[in-house]
Design a protein around this ligand. Structure first.
Ligand code: PAF
Length: 279
């Protein structure tokens, strides 16, 4: 696997692949890779001739007081894991390469960024879209793979790609879970053993609601109440949101339908976790 840390080298590599008619599949990450990321890379491998990942903890998507400094990092292990799954290039730019002196251009997607994570993390999706568009411009992917765990992010990126005529196809791969159901996330590493044990409650709560939906419950308030009641029993868990939204525009629904998104965000200690299921 080749490691590239300069913007111009990344562009040259992508240009060369494109000249050779190779299809480029891309997985953007912030590193601290786990099995969820590796599944995205395996999916990328199926879609492309050349697989690129980026490892870049993007400062513009963290708000003041958020966990940019605390975000876990493990460069050597990441490189080893990416090599093992057959990634061709790891693009690992420095912050000053991505945001040089004088940087002042940002991408803003509007409506779909307002609810859920956008409400509690103003500016987050502006940072995500800006860095993803920059990465797309450098890597020039035919396909980019994102995870369903970040359901709103995937939707926002799809919207941006459609609105700004970005040629990459956006593929969304399923959430990979720990044996107790906890969605894999780099942030799980920040949990204490007790918080880690309690974190499984997020997916248990979503599953309770999904089971009720399968049995015929369609009232959104009743479904949310079921899930919320489970979460409120967990000591130290601070619920940020638990919402049922339609999947195309993230509009709030009062009657649940197949395919709707039930999404949750909660803090355990200082660590913010998100998860979701489709009904
Ligand atoms: O999902 C992530 O890890 C990040 O938001 C992304 C897409 C790599 C942009 O920094």
């Amino acid at each position: 696997m080749r490691i590239i840390d300069s913007v111009s080298e990344m562009q040259q590599q992508s240009d060369a692949w494109r000249r050779d008619g190779k299809r480029i599949a891309f997985v953007p990450t912030m590193g601290y890779l786990h099995a969820g990321h590796l599944a995205l890379m395996q999916s990328a491998r199926k879609h492309g001739d050349a697989v690129v990942i980026s490892i870049f903890v993007n400062p513009t998507q963290f708000g003041p007081g958020e966990d940019f400094e605390r975000y876990p990092r493990s460069f050597e292990k990441d490189i080893q894991l990416a090599t093992e799954v057959g990634v061709d290039v790891a693009f690992v730019p420095q912050v000053r390469e991505m945001y040089p002196e004088g940087f002042q251009s940002y991408v803003e997607v509007t409506k779909v960024t307002l609810p859920l994570c956008g409400r509690s993390r103003p500016g987050h999706f502006r940072g995500v879209c800006t860095v993803v568009l920059k990465l797309f411009n450098l890597v020039q992917p035919d396909i980019a793979v994102f995870g369903q765990k970040d359901a709103q992010q995937s939707l926002v990126v799809r919207r941006m790609a459609r609105d700004l005529n970005i040629p990459a196809r956006i593929v969304v791969a399923p959430t990979i879970r720990e044996p107790d159901g906890l969605a894999m996330s780099s942030r799980n590493e920040c949990l204490s053993p007790l918080e880690r044990y309690r974190a499984a409650a997020l997916c248990q709560a979503l599953e309770l609601a999904r089971k009720a939906f399968r049995k015929g419950e369609r009232n959104a308030a009743a479904l949310k109440k079921l899930a919320r009641r489970h979460l409120l029993k967990i000591p130290g868990l601070r619920l940020e949101y638990l919402e049922l939204r339609n999947i195309s525009h993230l509009r709030s629904v009062s009657q649940a339908s197949h395919g709707d998104l039930l999404a949750v965000a909660a803090f355990l200690g200082k660590t913010r976790l998100i998860d979701n299921v489709r009904l």
